[in-house]
Design a protein around this ligand. Structure first.
Ligand SMILES: Cc1cc2nc3c(=O)[nH]c(=O)nc-3n(C[C@H](O)[C@H](O)[C@H](O)COP(=O)(O)O)c2cc1C
Length: 263
């Protein structure tokens, strides 16, 4: 039976190889893989490694605005929209969006416990990292920042306005250069693979998908314009963010801005 249209491709091979086999039900190691929360010695991803770096940090006030819309309203009215307004995005809105995307619920406390972050994740490993190209945000110097989800801070990686670079070299659709911020969801694949081996790739994609939907719903509740795209040049985005593209790899970009009725 064909798994996907291009049968025999390396995607088919990956899919087949990463399927859990029936024997896994009887295998103790497999049981532990699925029920133990974390790996014995999880390798530190960029987030943990940089936790004590001296890079400038901007503390985000995640309670300055509320995203007060019924869940039903948010789900049934959210849409993808690339008509980003030229108005500056208030930092309070970006802060709330990032927090709802996947911030720690109790920053500073043990983040290895269940329910520590706003998005569910395979094994509680919170594999999705959030980086932000800040293009046009109030009170924030343009540049590339990592969202430290444990402390609710933006950590500066590189200064500079990347709007033209994104439009001309990195993202296939030029509209994203008009966004106020372009959020990149990446995966700490090395950490996931330490626990899940070949199945990690599937789980990393699903983890990022959960964060992406949180972003869509939060954007709706905050009356922001949002659109996801996987249409970017991986090597360009990975290299700008300092990723090797394998152990840490960009998966999805989301343009964020005010809605054009404001701008
Ligand atoms: C994983 C993913 C990738 C997407 N890539 C693009 C894209 O490259 N360009 C684009 O304009 N929209 C992109 N979108 C948005 C979809 O086109 C959009 O969700 C779809 O047309 C349905 O519209 P709606 O989100 O307004 O319901 C993407 C959405 C997802 C979830």
């Amino acid at each position: 039976m064909k798994l996907i249209h291009n049968s025999g491709s390396s995607a088919d091979v990956y899919h087949t190889e990463s399927c859990n086999k029936k024997a896994a039900k009887l295998n103790r190691a497999s049981y532990e893989m699925n029920y133990e929360r974390s790996t014995g010695a999880a390798s530190a991803g960029e987030e943990q490694e940089n936790a004590h770096s001296s890079a400038p940090r901007i503390k985000l006030d995640v309670n300055a605005v509320t995203a007060d819309l019924s869940l039903e309203n948010a789900i049934t009215n959210r849409r993808s929209n690339k008509e980003f307004s030229s108005a500056k995005l208030p930092l309070s809105h970006l802060a709330k969006l990032l927090y709802l995307a996947n911030g720690a619920r109790m920053p500073g406390l043990n983040c290895d416990a269940g329910g520590a972050f706003n998005a569910p994740s395979a094994g509680g490993l919170a594999s999705t990292q959030i980086d932000v190209f800040v293009l046009n945000v109030e009170d924030v110097e343009p540049g590339i920042y990592r969202f430290d989800k444990r402390t609710h801070e933006l950590v500066l990686k590189k200064r500079g306005n990347f709007a033209t670079w994104l439009k001309e070299f990195a993202i296939l659709q030029v509209e994203f250069g008009q966004a106020s911020a372009v959020i990149i969801l990446s995966c700490d694949m090395a950490r996931l693979a330490e626990k899940y081996s070949i199945r990690a790739y599937r789980l990393g994609l699903m983890d990022a998908g959960h964060v992406s939907e949180n972003i869509y719903l939060a954007a709706q509740a905050l009356d922001l314009c949002v659109c996801a795209t996987a249409g970017f040049i991986d090597s360009e985005i990975n290299s700008a963010l300092g990723f090797d593209g394998l152990d840490q790899c960009a998966l999805l970009a989301l343009g964020i801005g005010s809605t054009s009725k404001d701008g």
